[in-house]
Design a protein around this ligand. Structure first.
Ligand code: SF4
Ligand code: SF4
Length: 345
C-alpha cells in the first residue's frame, strides 16, 4: 500500500521497472534508485519510531530522540535495528516474508468460505481462455474474455497464476487486477475480469451481498469502535484509590474528635505534574496528610497516607460512609467513597 505505490510512482509499472534494472548505470537510473531507497529508508525510520513508541511509550521515546544518542545507546541502537529490519523487508524481501514467515497466509485458507471476498479471477466470464485473433467473434467461437496473455502472472510478485483460484501465496497486492484491467481496456472489454469478488458472487454473477454474517460482523465492529471511542473520550485524567490502613481502628483526639488513617494512590494519566489537595465532601471534617503533600508526577502512580478527622456528632454507626474529593486548585477532579470507623454512641 505504501512501498509498491512509491516504486510505481518513481520507476513506473513492472515493464519499466524491469527495463530500468537491465539498463546500464546512468544519472537517470541513479536518481530514480537513490530517490526510491531514500524514501523507503525514511518511511522505515518513521515506522521504526512509531513501533518503539508503542513498546516504550512516547515519553521514553522522546528522551531517546531529543537527547545525546550516547546517553541512550540501547534505545538508539534499537531504532537503527528496527529501521534496517523494516527497510530490508520492504525494499528487498517483501513477499518472501509474506509467504515464508507471516502466519496469516497459512491461516487464510481456513478462514475463507465461498462468500469471502478476495482477489479473484472471474472464470465464468474469462473461460475458455484463448489468444486474441484479429477480427474474430470470440463469443460466437465460445471463447471467454481472457486472452491468455499471462500479464497477470508476470506482474504477480509471488509468481502465482490467480486464474487457478485463490492461493496461499496471494498477498492481495492487486497488481494483477490493474494489469488485467489495462489489457481489457486495450481489447475493448469491460474491466474487472480479475477483481475483488467471492466464489458465490462469480458463480451467481452477483456483486457484494449483505449476508447475515457480514451484518453481524459489521454490528460487532461498530459496537467495538463506539465502545473504544467512548472509553477514550470519557477516560478520567486521574484515578484515585483511598483505603483504610489495614489493622488500624480509630484514634481519639479529645474534644469529641476521632481520626482514621488511610493509604491513598493517585494515578496521574496526564503529562503534567498535578498540585492536588484532599477535602471531605460528605462531612464537615478535616484531612491531615502524613508528611508533605505528595508530588503527583505525570504518567505515574503517587502514594501516601492521610488522616481523616471527624466530630463525634457526624459518626452515626461503627462504619460511617464518607466521600473524599480530590481537587486541583478549586476544581474537583475525582471523588472517592470510603468508610470511617468510629464509636457510634
Ligand atoms: S491478464 Fe487478464 S486477460 Fe491476460 S491472462 Fe491474465 S486474466 Fe487473462
Ligand atoms: S493480488 Fe494478484 S498479483 Fe498480487 S499476489 Fe495476489 S495474485 Fe499475485
Amino acid at each position: 500500500m505504501i512501498f509498491r505505490k512509491i516504486e510505481y510512482w518513481i520507476e513506473g509499472d513492472y515493464r519499466n521497472q524491469i527495463a530500468l534494472n537491465k539498463a546500464p548505470l546512468s544519472w537517470n537510473k541513479f536518481f530514480k534508485k537513490f530517490s526510491k531507497h531514500f524514501i523507503f529508508f525514511s518511511f522505515s525510520f518513521i515506522i521504526s519510531n512509531l513501533f518503539l513508541t508503542y513498546i516504550i511509550g512516547t515519553n521514553e521515546w522522546w528522551k531517546i530522540v531529543s537527547d545525546n544518542p550516547l546517553n541512550h545507546l540501547g534505545g538508539f541502537i534499537a531504532i537503527l535495528i528496527f529501521t534496517f529490519v523494516f527497510y530490508g523487508v520492504y525494499a528487498r524481501f517483501r513477499e518472501q516474508i509474506c509467504t515464508t514467515i507471516c502466519p496469516y497466509g497459512r491461516l487464510q485458507g481456513v478462514m475463507l468460505d465461498k462468500k469471502s471476498i478476495n482477489v479473484a479471477y472471474d472464470y465464468i466470464r474469462g473461460e475458455s481462455r484463448a489468444h486474441l485473433k484479429r477480427g474474430e467473434d470470440r463469443e460466437a467461437a465460445g471463447k471467454g474474455d481472457c486472452i491468455d496473455c499471462h500479464q497477470c502472472v508476470h506482474v504477480c510478485p509471488t509468481g502465482i497464476d490467480i486464474r487457478n483460484g485463490v492461493q496461499m501465496e496471494c498477498i492481495n497486492c492487486t497488481a494483477c487486477i490493474d494489469e488485467c484491467d489495462s489489457i481489457m481496456d486495450k481489447i475493448g472489454k469491460p474491466r474487472g475480469l480479475i477483481r475483488y469478488a467471492s466464489e458465490d458472487g462469480i458463480q451467481n454473477k452477483t456483486g457484494f451481498i449483505w449476508t447475515k454474517k457480514v451484518i453481524a460482523y459489521t454490528i460487532i465492529l461498530v459496537v467495538l469502535i463506539l465502545s473504544f471511542t467512548t472509553l477514550l473520550v470519557t477516560r478520567p485524567d486521574v484515578e484515585t484509590t483511598i483505603l483504610r490502613t489495614p489493622g488500624m481502628l480509630y484514634q481519639e483526639h479529645g474534644n469529641g474528635r476521632y481520626s482514621n488513617l488511610y493509604n491513598f494512590k493517585v494515578v496521574n494519566k496526564t503529562r503534567d505534574t498535578l498540585p492536588i489537595t484532599f477535602k471531605i465532601t460528605s462531612h464537615a471534617g478535616e484531612i491531615k496528610l502524613v508528611g508533605h503533600i505528595p508530588e503527583i508526577v505525570p504518567n505515574a502512580i503517587s502514594e501516601g497516607a492521610l488522616f481523616v478527622i471527624l466530630d463525634q456528632k457526624d459518626i452515626h454507626s461503627i462504619k460511617t460512609p464518607i466521600t473524599i474529593g480530590i481537587y486541583e486548585g478549586n476544581a474537583l477532579i475525582d471523588e472517592v467513597s470510603t468508610s470511617f470507623v468510629g464509636p457510634a454512641l
